[in-house]
Ligand binder design. Structure first.
Ligand SMILES: NC(=O)c1ccc[n+]([C@@H]2O[C@H](COP(=O)([O-])OP(=O)(O)OC[C@H]3O[C@@H](n4cnc5c(N)ncnc54)[C@H](O)[C@@H]3O)[C@@H](O)[C@H]2O)c1
Ligand SMILES: O=C(O)CC[C@@H](O)C(=O)O
Length: 496
């Protein structure tokens, strides 16, 4: 939502002309701010002027009064001490302080501060919610922010009548029913590479830790057992690292591993440019058979669910290691536990699990607990201060740009659109079913109303179309109302 040119103008220490004191009230108000960017009005109350009246004036200016400033009753204060200060918001099509943002799972303060500076209402919670709790919360939420735990189902979205957008403050978006969101006109944003380096560094650390059995040695000493051994411990120099999924994280791991003297091979379903001396292999089986360490960096999909099971573990070299920091369901953990017990797999580092606790305080069990040379971490691949701050900034920026301007660049389930808006026009955003005849109907509304369109862009995917129109302020509300009525319309908004 953005400032309109025709918002109430106030000048430096000038009376505000909409204030008309009643017969028995003497109320003056003026602002200390300049004409182009008014920020606040100070109210000076004389006998009989009521707080309600202040509030009404503030509301007329799309402002909010900080009530702690209000001193009711008593003698008129000196002019230098205002009774109340009304903070002005820019006049928008939907007041920003009515936009409700729900942020779950300990989302970084960087994001919270960005939403605060937009004056959105923010509610935060440290963990994920149950589906029933989410449904209840989503009733009046406009923007939902989650990380990897909160599952957002089609059912939960049904109740979310006001939901404009979802932000996944992470890379993975498998926790959201993306198609249901698309069909409801709700774009989903993520941070595709803000935690890439953090995951890659964790994986490199784990390669060394597994090769030297660091987890076990450390645990033994914590228990008071001194066990100085070289058997079964190796340098990683010259060993082969096999990377499954050579995207952002996989390729970064490949670069770092090569710097440490490893040979790097990768398998990806897409053709990828190898970094440095990394080389592609044609099949997963070939990769598994050629690697001393196998690390998984695929997204969760039908094809990757249980992509490493008993059969694939049989293809791995005897005494090799497996690292999974992708998604829990990519590996059959029972089969991995068997492989580890039998000694075919010499060690594993696992960061992600098919089922993970919703909150930090909840208990956790896995079939891998108690096995030798197994490093278990609680889904911390992206959990560094650097990554969380960068993710907070990136996803909050996308959400704010969508709320304020309708920009969908970076949305993972939505037609992509971004173009600047001329401040003299209003912008209408219309998400509609992608069926024949929609644009004909839109254009007939426009020609009936004799509207001057300044810009019109329609982008589509297989389900929906996203139409953005900048047009004359004088007719924008009529056009918006007519578009809303079209049976093909899913969501229609107006911005100014
Ligand atoms: N542990 C953590 O904290 C953590 C942090 C970030 C990301 N992740 C997970 O890591 C995954 C990968 O992240 P990324 O940024 O590298 O994603 P990416 O999209 O950049 O790369 C994924 C790669 O996997 C490939 N791929 C997809 N399906 C495949 C298949 N069946 N076989 C082989 N290759 C396949 C893709 O072509 C792509 O190159 C994310 O989807 C997320 O689930 C985990
Ligand atoms: O921090 C998280 O919750 C998720 C991290 C990771 O799995 C991701 O998808 O980015």
């Amino acid at each position: 939502m953005q400032e309109a040119d025709d918002r109430p103008r106030t000048g430096g220490r000038e009376d505000i002309d909409i204030i008309r004191p009643g017969d028995n009230e003497h109320l003056t108000a003026f602002t200390d701010c300049n004409v182009r960017a008014p920020k606040s009005i100070n109210f000076y109350r004389f006998p009989y002027a009521s707080f309600t009246r202040f509030r009404n004036i503030a509301a007329a200016h799309r402002g909010t009064i900080d009530s702690s400033w209000v001193k009711m009753g008593g003698p008129a204060p000196a002019v230098s001490a205002p009774d109340a200060t009304c903070t002005l918001l820019p006049l928008t099509s939907f007041p920003k302080n009515k936009i409700k943002v729900l942020l779950l799972e300990n989302i970084s303060n960087t994001a919270v501060e960005m939403f605060e500076s937009e004056r959105f209402q923010i509610e935060t919670a440290p963990g994920a919610l149950t589906e029933a709790e989410l449904v209840e919360k989503l009733r009046d939420v406009h923007v939902l922010g989650i990380r990897s735990k909160m599952h957002v189902s089609a059912e939960a979205m049904k109740a979310a009548r006001r939901l404009l957008a979802i932000g996944c403050f992470c890379i993975g978006t498998n926790q959201v029913d993306l198609e249901a969101a698309n069909l409801r006109g709700v774009p989903v944003f993520n941070a595709p590479f803000s935690n890439t380096r953090s995951v890659a560094e964790l994986v490199i650390g784990e390669v060394i830790a597994l090769a030297r059995q660091l987890g076990d040695r450390s645990a033994e000493l914590h228990r008071g057992t001194w066990k100085k051994v070289a058997k079964g411990c190796f340098e990683i120099r010259g060993k082969t690292l096999g990377i499954v999924g050579y995207g952002h994280i996989g390729s970064q791991v490949g670069v770092l591993a090569e710097m440490l003297g490893m040979q790097v091979k990768f398998f990806d379903i897409a053709t990828k440019m190898p970094m440095g001396n990394n080389s592609a292999v044609a099949t997963l089986e070939e990769l598994l058979a050629a690697s001393d360490f196998v690390t998984l960096h695929v997204p969760l999909s039908d094809a990757t669910t249980r992509m490493i099971g008993a059969g694939q573990l049989q293809h791995m070299r005897k005494g090799s290691y497996l690292i999974n920091a992708s998604r829990g369901s990519v590996v059959d953990l029972a089969a991995l536990a068997d492989g580890l017990r039998e000694g075919r797999i010499a060690g594993a580092a696992v960061d992600v699990y098919p089922t993970e606790p919703e909150k930090n305080s909840n208990g956790f069990t896995t079939e891998l607990q108690g096995l030798a040379n197994v490093i278990l971490t609680p889904h911390i691949g992206g959990s560094t201060e650097e990554a969380q701050a960068a993710i907070g900034r990136e996803v909050a920026t996308s959400l704010i740009k969508y709320v304020n301007r309708g920009t969908t660049t970076g949305a993972v389930n939505f037609p992509q659109l971004e173009f600047p808006q001329d401040s003299k026009s209003h912008r209408i955003l219309n998400v509609h079913q992608n069926v024949p005849g929609v644009l004909r109907n839109v254009n007939s509304i426009i020609s009936d109303l004799d509207v001057n369109i300044k810009a019109q862009v329609n982008v589509t995917d297989s389900n929906i179309g996203y139409l953005v129109m900048d047009l004359d302020k004088a007719v924008s509300h009529e056009v918006e109302a007519a578009l809303r009525e079209l049976p093909t319309s899913i969501k229609t908004r107006i911005l100014y």
